[in-house]
Design a protein around this ligand. Structure first.
Ligand SMILES: [Zn+2]
Length: 197
């Protein structure tokens, strides 16, 4: 049995995705063996946890208000791509296939996991449309899963009153796949072949 402080760190590390007890223990031992790196990591974590917020416009993680993407005047202001996670945003950005605005839901609707409308920032999404009539196309980049479908229906009914055309990434997307896991070619194809809903 280790010191409680060591055990606490091992327990906290298991908050990270795909990290079980064994990996957490290995990570902790690595940090103790390299205390300088460990201190740097702790410093970065503290700083990020204190400063990172959700952008008030697109809900991507940022330390700026609004974020750098929302501030970028070279981006098209009339396209809005709605995605599930910041990782999806990153994947679309590195594909180079899209140059508009984003809105990050952070979740898909899931009654089983108790994820409801308020978790998805739907009121924020509505105010994007009521504050500006610049948006002329909404692209739903949501997975073709049960949760993806019910979320898409919610978004469609939310946006409908604003009479903005909505498209979805083509069905060529592998069923059940998420955007973050897609390769560039598939993503480019899914974006260029998007279909009206
Ligand atoms: Zn933003």
């Amino acid at each position: 049995m280790n010191d409680p402080i060591i055990e606490k760190l091992i327990a906290e590390l298991q908050l990270l995705p795909s990290v079980g007890e064994r990996s957490a223990r290995r990570m902790a031992m690595r940090l103790f063996a390299n205390p300088e790196s460990g201190q740097r990591l702790a410093g970065s974590m503290t700083e990020a946890m204190q400063k990172v917020i959700k952008c008030p416009k697109c809900r991507n993680y940022t330390v700026q208000t609004p974020c750098l993407l929302c501030q970028d005047s070279k981006r098209l202001s009339n396209n809005l791509c709605i995605i599930t996670t910041p990782q999806d945003l990153h994947t679309i950005e590195i594909s180079g296939a899209y140059n508009g605005q984003y809105f990050v839901l952070h979740h898909l609707l899931s009654p089983i996991e108790n994820i409801g409308i308020s978790d998805l920032g739907i009121n924020q999404l509505k105010s994007l449309f009521s504050q500006s009539n610049e948006i002329s196309e909404v692209i739903l980049a949501l997975p073709y899963t049960v949760e993806g479908e019910i979320t898409a229906s919610l978004i469609i009914s939310t946006i409908e009153p604003f009479e903005v055309p909505i498209t979805r990434l083509s069905q060529g997307m592998p069923a059940g796949s998420d955007i973050a896991g897609m390769d560039n070619l598939t993503l480019n194809h899914a974006l260029s072949q998007r279909t009206s809903v």
